[in-house]
Design a protein around this ligand. Structure first.
Ligand SMILES: *Cc1c(COP(=O)(O)O)cnc(C)c1O
Length: 359
């Protein structure tokens, strides 16, 4: 059977071309006689794969030499601890913005290590917006400010980068590489790979070099950025196959024209889906229009009782993984880079038909 359209929030769709290439190279990578999975991470072949992927990633986001790029394990969730462990230094507090479920998890972990000052929260608005920057209660002695530019569950995305005096730390798990990004505005950016980069098991960290070397004494070595930076992310065995696949995705993205070109496609995909939802009286999206996510589009049906029918019929139409996050329910279409415009067109067509039959 042909491949379905996959709207999964993560692990998410990968480009067809990448999977085909991986399949072709699976058992014998370019004449070496083994798969990438079976190579020593210290072999010259794997080191070349790793270096090329790293350089392509740097190229895509124009990352300067002031930053290290690390390929780590532990998911974005491990970063919730690594960030305070490595960046607090002599400070006893950090600033956090609370715009959704992922912000909350980052805050909960940080509380193990420091005083967390929640500078702003949209929890009272049911996480349907971004609190206005003018009203953020920034503290003077914070080690850094952490925020989540795209809340994957709520479908809320910042349309600006906050300007603060302390290092800016951002969880870009679900929107990295969806468009251009001025990395120089950040102290640290991190992203789990399984949304917009590659398979699960890999987390990318972009960290400004002057922030390294301040980890707490009790920081485990595998949680220490400096240790990983000095070892080119090979202090211990990195997730080699995920790193390789991420490299194929970076090449694919370069071939599409890079982040500016994919941003145009992403804009078209999101705006036609939101327009369709807004124009229908049957579907709804609760997020303040200015802050609607370009990657994750939650939506509700007029009648909740129809949700299971909707999902079943969507599955039959080969439109997969449209259920909302278990914590919020409803529907959610994740339309990452690797989800083609034709998938969004097919989804809109399906939704229009469903409305005709059940509206
Ligand atoms: C998926 C996601 C996470 C969690 O990633 P794990 O790799 O499962 O730890 C954290 N933050 C955001 C914004 C996410 O989308």
């Amino acid at each position: 059977m042909a491949r379905a359209y996959n709207f999964c929030a993560g692990p998410a769709a990968l480009p067809d071309d990448v999977l085909i290439q991986a399949q072709e190279e699976m058992s014998d990578w370019r004449g070496v006689g083994t798969s990438v999975m079976e190579m020593s991470h210290r072999s010259k072949e794997f080191v070349s794969i790793a270096n090329e992927a790293t350089q392509d990633f740097r190229d895509l986001l124009s990352i300067s030499d002031d930053y290290e790029v690390l390929f780590l394990q532990g998911g974005a969730s491990a970063q919730f601890s690594m960030i305070p462990l490595n960046l607090l230094g002599d400070h006893s507090s950090a600033d956090y913005v609370n715009t959704g479920q992922w912000s909350k998890k980052a805050i909960a972990e940080a509380k193990r290590y420091c005083d967390v000052n929640v500078v702003a929260s949209s929890e009272n608005e049911n996480f349907s917006t971004v609190p206005s920057f003018e009203q953020w209660n920034l503290s003077k002695n914070a080690a850094y400010l952490h925020y989540t530019p795209n809340e994957t569950i709520g479908g809320v995305e910042f349309d600006y980068i906050p300007e603060v005096d302390v290092p800016l730390v951002a969880d870009y798990s679900s929107s990295i590489l969806s468009g251009p990004l001025d990395v120089s505005k950040f102290g640290l950016i991190y992203a789990g790979a399984q949304k917009n980069i590659g398979p699960a098991g890999l987390t990318l960290v972009i960290v400004r070099k002057d922030l390294l070397g301040k980890a707490k004494d009790f920081t485990p070595a595998v949680f220490n950025y400096d240790v990983h930076a000095k070892a080119s992310s090979m202090n211990n065995t990195p997730p080699t196959y995920s790193w390789y696949l991420a490299g194929l995705v970076f090449k694919w993205l370069k071939k599409q024209g890079g982040v500016s070109a994919i941003a145009e496609v992403n804009k078209r995909k999101a705006s036609k889906l939101y327009s369709f939802i807004d124009e229908s009286g049957f579907y709804g999206n609760p997020v303040e229009p200015r802050y609607r996510s370009g990657m994750n589009v939650p939506f509700t049906l007029a009648d909740e009782a129809l949700e299971s029918v909707f999902l079943k019929k969507a599955d039959e139409a080969r439109l997969l993984n449209l259920a909302g996050h278990r914590s919020v329910g409803g529907m959610r279409a994740s339309i990452y880079n690797a989800v083609p415009e034709s998938a969004v067109d097919a989804l809109i067509g399906f939704m229009a038909n469903f409305e005709k039959e059940h509206g």
